[in-house]
Design a protein around this ligand. Structure first.
Ligand code: PMP
Length: 388
């Protein structure tokens, strides 16, 4: 952020000084040696962060939504039966994309704040034959709910069905073993737990998914086509210049720096730190008697907290928190939008204990201002105990 406010929404997020320095250079050409080296390195580092040593990474200028669209358009044609696990706003977006492709949609429902039970997914797969792909949102940012991808991926793998996970609010903040679990596409955007400015659509794709693209009855729109992008990714990995559509060159430099930081710290350590911070934030919210949207603690994401306004408090709380120099987000799920707010704790900020404390203090003091009981300093202390 340009002023002194701390950006604590679930993306975009604060970035590290090293990532900012990597980004803040005069725009390099897409054929400059430094850019080629960073592009190739970022692709290789994505394989490590995705835990997909044999996967094919793609780095494309765009948003998380574009990454979702690419996955859908390369795997699904009109009439294909697909399963979508409903978790909230972002799974609804995925469903809408698939509907627009003419897919025959089977939706597995869950209550708001819950994730579909794998047993219901298994039943749906038994009930509806011929499913081509399963789509799920790892963390639905509208509810703060994390589903467990492993059993869903296993169900798909056993039936030779493709599995696609939207990791936009999860990748590098939540455990994900793409290759070990046999997942076909794991996608994200740059502005979340990777802690890069917004503007890159990122995904790693399995061989099976690339094969499925080739078996589509017709090619997807050109700019979304994995086959159009593949030679570019291969060229950069081989250290050669190449062109199909101009990459976001400064963002690629920043991405390589951010992935390098994550791997230097260790991927598992980074995910563990997100888990520890999430536990600390939950301890703080409990101290303030704030109730979470996820209906069971094990469903609460590492990367954000979605919290109901206590009685007598409304959206004014967000402005009162902002007055204390911390920016948090409003609700997003259309059915409950006015009744909750969201605090991001993902990416670079998880290593900044003082920022996390400042966030909890701002929420606690803003609540106190609005007449809600709860001791901000006790909440900060509860956080500090957990995060060390
Ligand atoms: N999926 C999830 C889970 C998200 O959180 C978001 C963004 N908040 C998106 C998809 C869409 O990403 P973008 O806003 O970058 O298009």
């Amino acid at each position: 952020m340009s002023d002194e406010s701390l950006l604590m929404i679930p993306g975009p997020v604060e970035i590290s000084p090293a990532v900012q320095a990597a980004f803040s250079v005069p725009p390099p050409s897409h054929t400059a040696p430094d850019l080629i080296a960073a592009f190739g390195s970022a692709l290789e580092r994505m394989r490590a962060v995705w835990k997909a040593p044999a996967g094919q990474p793609f780095i494309v200028a765009g948003s998380g939504t574009l990454a979702m669209e690419m996955a859908a358009a390369n795997l699904v044609a009109a009439g294909d039966r697909v399963l979508v696990l409903k978790t909230g706003y972002f799974s609804d977006r995925m469903a809408e994309m698939l509907r627009r492709l003419g897919a025959d949609l089977v939706e597995v429902e869950a209550e708001i704040g819950d994730a579909p039970d794998p047993e219901k997914v298994r039943q749906a797969l038994g009930l509806y034959g011929g499913v081509r792909a399963v789509f799920a949102t790892h963390v639905d940012t509208s509810t703060g709910v994390r589903l467990d991808p492993a059993p869903i991926a296993r169900l798909a793998r056993e039936r030779r069905i493709l599995s696609v996970f939207d990791g936009v609010c999860a990748t590098a903040g939540e455990e994900f073993d793409m290759q070990g679990w046999g997942v076909d596409v794991y996608l994200t955007g740059s502005q979340k737990a990777l802690a890069v400015p917004a503007g890159l659509a990122l995904m790693v794709v399995s061989d099976r998914a690339l094969e499925a693209r080739r078996r589509l009855p017709g090619p997807p729109p050109l700019s979304l086509d994995w086959d159009a992008w593949l030679p570019i990714m291969k060229a950069y990995e081989e250290g050669r210049p190449s062109y199909f559509s101009t990459p976001a060159t400064n963002l690629v430099l920043a991405l390589d720096a951010a992935l390098g930081e994550i791997l230097e710290r260790g991927l598992d350590e980074t995910v563990d730190r997100h888990r520890q911070v999430a536990e600390g934030m939950r301890a703080a919210w409990a101290e303030l008697a704030l109730e979470a949207i996820p209906v069971r603690p094990e469903l609460a994401a590492n990367t954000l907290s979605a919290l109901r306004f206590p009685s007598g408090v409304d959206g004014k709380l967000i402005a009162a928190i902002a007055e204390r120099g911390v920016v948090v987000a409003g609700g997003l799920h259309p059915a409950i939008r006015q009744s909750y707010f969201r605090v991001g704790h993902l990416g670079h900020c998880v290593g900044q204990g003082e920022w996390l404390e400042r966030t909890v203090r701002a929420v606690g003091e803003a609540l106190a201002d609005l007449g809600h009981e709860g001791d901000p300093e006790a909440a900060v202390a509860a956080l500090s105990r957990e995060i060390g």
